[in-house]
Design a protein around this ligand. Structure first.
Ligand SMILES: NC(=O)c1ccc[n+]([C@@H]2O[C@H](COP(=O)([O-])OP(=O)(O)OC[C@H]3O[C@@H](n4cnc5c(N)ncnc54)[C@H](OP(=O)(O)O)[C@@H]3O)[C@@H](O)[C@H]2O)c1
Length: 316
């Protein structure tokens, strides 16, 4: 371990961070070692990371002192927040502040901040094409991350801002998968019109992050967007249908209808998809597929991801 650069990985038992720990573990000669941060080192997921060779340490992103201890002596850190665990942009900002300060205090040489656009730079609060949410956001879970970019930059630590894409894993875990309609047929529903949705397997986010650490500090100070593919709703439905062996339809709905679906976060996600639709060219251009593949030569297409994961998609 002493001769390797230690990367402290926030969210290591989760999707993005887990992908990074596994990417580091699968390349023992790569010069890096993973330090997996978790609130519970005794959990099954944490123990599994230990078996892969990661150093497992306790830390809570709500506790800045625990972050300083966990970052101490590391070369770099992968920083991520967990909006859907609490639905609070203010909490995300506070957690990002704690991570940025811990990175500065411990003299880290390279940090990756997993972020998204502050959509208010495209859709100011007085633009009524979409409602303002929680008093000062358009897309709360995007805007807080984008606002937190400034906290990482101000820390003076070399930071790469990593703009991720729609997780294809949402078809399994996030309620975005095909649902049965009144006619019994399967459909996916997005308010995207014929816009393209940059998407990616979460495992590939971790692999791209590893590619950024390997490229080194030349990528510090840069904003890097990644995606596995940019696909329309029709194309995603066709890929799902082929993988599942049954037709899947794309159900395009207006953003207002999506915002009114009533599930927790529906308004936030309705605004998010509208932002991706209304600024589609810029949003896709910020997530070049070839750039992601250079960082991660194993980058999956949706078809490849579905071939490996289709049996995990719940069909309601
Ligand atoms: N879904 C999408 O399409 C999408 C796209 C782009 C970005 N995002 C963003 O991705 C973020 C979530 O990333 P993810 O999916 O990789 O996370 P995730 O899989 O939900 O990660 C969960 C892990 O985070 C850890 N965690 C939660 N609260 C913690 C805390 N207070 N202190 C330390 N660790 C904590 C937990 O680890 P322990 O229990 O072991 O502590 C848990 O295993 C969200 O902010 C979301 O907005 C999502």
């Amino acid at each position: 371990m002493a001769d390797r650069k230690v990367i402290a990985v926030v969210g290591a038992t989760g999707a993005q961070g887990g992908g990074l720990v596994r990417a580091i573990a699968s390349d023992p000669g790569g010069g890096f070692a993973a330090r997996a941060l978790t609130r519970d080192p005794g959990s099954d997921k944490a123990k599994e990371l230990g078996r892969l060779g990661a150093e497992v340490v306790a830390a809570d992103v709500d506790d800045p002192e625990s972050l300083k201890k966990a970052f101490a002596g590391a070369y770099g850190a992968f920083c991520v927040t967990f909006f859907w665990a609490h639905f609070s942009p203010e909490k995300e900002l506070a957690q990002a502040k704690g991570m940025a300060e811990a990175a500065r205090a411990t003299g880290l040489q390279h940090v990756i901040w997993s972020t998204l656009e502050d959509t208010r730079q495209w859709v100011p609060l007085d633009d009524d094409r979409m409602p303002t949410l929680m008093g000062k956001y358009k897309v709360p879970h995007f805007d807080a991350k984008g606002e937190a970019d400034g906290l990482f930059k101000a820390s003076g630590v070399p930071v790469t801002l990593l703009r991720t894409s729609f997780f294809w894993d949402n078809f399994i875990h996030f309620g975005s998968g095909p649902k049965k309609g009144p006619d019994g047929g399967l459909a996916i529903t997005f308010p995207l019109g014929d816009a393209r949705l940059p998407g990616i397997a979460t495992e590939d986010i971790g692999r791209c992050a590893y590619g950024i650490f390997k490229d080194g500090k030349s990528l510090a100070g840069k904003t890097i967007g990644i995606a596995g593919e940019h696909l329309t709703g029709e194309q995603m439905a066709a890929a799902l249908g082929t993988a599942l062996g049954r037709p899947v339809r794309y159900n395009d709905v207006p953003p207002d209808v999506y915002r009114g679906f009533g599930f927790a976060g529906a308004e936030d996600l309705g605004n998010m998809f509208q932002f991706k639709r209304d600024f589609n060219d810029a949003y896709c251009a910020a997530r070049p597929i070839e750039g992601a593949r250079r960082l991660n030569p194993d980058l999956q297409t949706l078809d490849a991801w579905l071939a490996a994961n289709k049996d995990r998609i719940p069909l309601e």
